[in-house]
Ligand binder design. Structure first.
Ligand SMILES: Nc1nc2c(ncn2[C@@H]2O[C@H](COP(=O)(O)OP(=O)(O)OP(=O)(O)O)[C@@H](O)[C@H]2O)c(=O)[nH]1
Length: 395
């Protein structure tokens, strides 16, 4: 039976591969590959080169065309590459066909994300959630995986597996899935009770793309130490703190970051973690405004919130990393007035688009944290008044 250890050991040198289809531009795919390289780095692999191919649609057998695969193969042989990462989800058959040519471990973006999640998972709940997502990912790819192990000499006999062996594995994986689902249901019941026990407090959740600065803001607002790191998905478990601003208490939660093409199973498996978002009264959507694709990232977050049915809530939009934004945007020769104008245009645009709910901060410099506190406090007070009009004290 296959074992389900991490796909990346942390010492690999990798190449990454993307396809430009009719719906995308080359620049977009390059940006996606930047993110894929960052994901690989987070998992401990070093990216040596990227390969891009323009195709009307990905090849059903090998994702990229034969010629491109041969070009990748030559590079792998010359440079001693031991990992190939594709930006899109591959089928078991595609992985199998590609590995036949490349003779090198091949994974896709989902695999990589699941791998990072597996390393980050600390609590029993997070571990079970990731494991469930991994088994769901493996199930339709079992046949390909057997072939993969066979080629790499992964402890399988000389003959390939028969249908019975694959069937046995499928059954074992299905059993694991149902076991994990049951375990998570139990944990889910406990968390739901815990959430109910939090009483009448207004609940505020920090949401946003991965690495935008949610944990850094959580630390600033709640004065506690949450793990913040320049890596993707530093936070997997939801952290909740009771915070009091000017005698007004509320609960503040830091949640798992979102990312483009988040494996579908992961969203399903992380149900109870994401319930924190679903059940929040107010969302603080944190954005890294210094990121060249920050608007795409906002769209991914909004789409994920819609999928979670967590869209229908008051949202405070926080544009973070203003220090870096200014570094990237302002040339030395720009006068103070022009800088002011650029900033004013930015403030006007986003205040207009968010209905006046935009706040601009630099968390690491503590810039405008007071402004953010005031905005949160106003929203929280408003909600308390609507919800408990006759109550004056909350704790
Ligand atoms: N320059 C600059 N860096 C920042 C700012 N805010 C956060 N960072 C850095 O950005 C990186 C990511 O910050 P985190 O707080 O871990 O981000 P996160 O959104 O919680 O990340 P995930 O857990 O991956 O979702 C860290 O290296 C922070 O120090 C800022 O205002 N300016």
């Amino acid at each position: 039976m296959l074992d389900k250890k991490n796909v990346i050991e942390g010492t690999e040198t990798a190449v990454i591969v993307g396809v430009v289809t009719k719906e995308q531009t080359e620049q977009q795919v390059n940006e996606y590959l930047d993110e894929l390289a960052f994901l690989a780095e987070t998992a401990g692999a070093t990216t040596r080169k990227r390969f891009i191919q323009k195709l009307p649609h990905p090849d059903t057998r090998t994702f990229v065309g034969k010629g491109k695969l041969e070009e990748i193969n030559q590079y792998i042989i010359t440079h001693g590459i031991n990992l190939v990462i594709f930006d899109d989800e591959l089928s078991g058959a595609q992985i199998n066909n590609i590995e036949k040519v490349l003779n090198t471990k091949t994974i896709d973006r989902s695999d990589l994300i699941l791998d990072i999640f597996a390393r980050r998972a600390k609590t029993a709940e997070a571990k079970a959630q990731v494991e469930l997502a991994q088994y769901q990912y493996i199930l339709p790819r079992l046949r390909g995986m057997w072939k993969h192990l066979e080629r790499l000499g992964g402890g399988i006999g000389t003959r390939g597996p028969g249908e019975t062996e694959i069937e046995t594995d499928r059954r074992i994986v299905r059993e694991k899935i149902s076991l994990l689902r049951n375990r998570l249901k139990e944990i889910d019941k406990q968390s739901a009770t815990q959430r109910k026990n939090r009483g009448e407090f207004i609940r505020v959740a920090l949401v946003g793309y991965t690495n935008v600065g949610k944990s850094t803001l959580m630390n600033l607002l709640s004065k506690r130490e949450v793990f913040a790191e320049n890596k993707l998905f530093a936070t997997l478990d939801t952290t909740t703190s009771k915070v009091v601003f000017e005698n007004t208490p509320f609960l503040l939660s830091d949640t798992v970051g979102f990312i483009r093409k988040l494996p579908h199973h992961l969203i399903e498996s992380f149900k109870s973690t994401l319930d924190e978002v679903r059940e929040a009264d107010i969302l603080i959507h944190v954005i890294d405004i210094s990121h060249p694709q920050y608007e795409d990232q906002m769209a991914v977050v909004n789409k994920t919130l819609q999928e979670l049915k967590a869209f229908d809530k008051p949202v405070i939009t926080v544009f973070n990393k203003m220090d870096l934004y200014e570094q990237h945007t302002f040339d030395e020769w720009l006068g103070a007035d022009t800088k002011k104008e650029i900033l004013q245009d930015l403030y006007d645009r986003w205040n207009h688009e968010t209905g006046g709910n935009a706040v601009f901060v630099a968390a690491t410099e503590r810039r405008n944290v007071e402004g953010l506190r005031a905005t949160i406090l106003n929203k929280v007070k408003e909600l308390y008044q609507v919800r408990y009009p006759y109550k004056t004290m909350f704790y």
